[in-house]
Design a protein around this ligand. Structure first.
Ligand code: ZN
Length: 153
């Protein structure tokens, strides 16, 4: 029987909870290439060696998930940067960095007096210990093409 090791294409589905047992999200079943950091490192480590049909609770500290909460990721941005966009306090939005990377941010406060917006660039799950309930659906060897591309086909 195949076990989850580097260069396997693994199909999983999971339910995700925080450390207090609050439900965060449930995934559809999806495939990833194991051992290539395509999923968070703590999840990859917890899945190593499992087989098809296995179910496991994997508890992941923030350092191995979305990182610790970074107070320097809270930034004050001039209001005119948001010109033409309707933003609301407490809402999350996506922006594209100059490098073309998609970044998520949350508007903490719109300071009309000083024409500034206070924004939090932390990942919504930063600082959280995550509890994944994972089920292994299938495991197979990756093809040469998949290894070259770094993702399943
Ligand atoms: Zn490809």
């Amino acid at each position: 029987m195949d076990k989850i090791t580097k260069d396997k294409i693994v199909e999983i589905e999971y339910s995700l909870y925080d450390s207090e047992g609050n439900f965060i999200e449930a995934s559809e079943s999806f495939k990833y290439l194991h051992g290539h950091k395509n999923i968070i490192i703590g999840l990859e480590e917890g899945l190593e060696g499992l087989g098809v049909g296995d179910e496991k609770e994997i508890v992941i500290p923030p350092e191995k998930a979305y990182g610790n909460y970074d107070f320097e990721a809270i930034q004050t941005i001039p209001m005119d940067v948001f010109e033409g966009f309707e933003i609301k306090e407490g809402e999350s939005y996506y922006a594209q960095s100059e490098q073309g990377e998609i970044i998520q941010f949350k508007v903490i406060k719109i300071d009309k007096l000083n024409n500034e917006v206070i924004v939090d660039f932390n990942h919504p799950l930063a600082g959280k210990t995550l509890v994944f309930n994972v089920k292994i659906k299938s495991i197979r060897d990756a093809t040469d093409e998949e290894l070259k591309h770094g993702h399943p086909h």
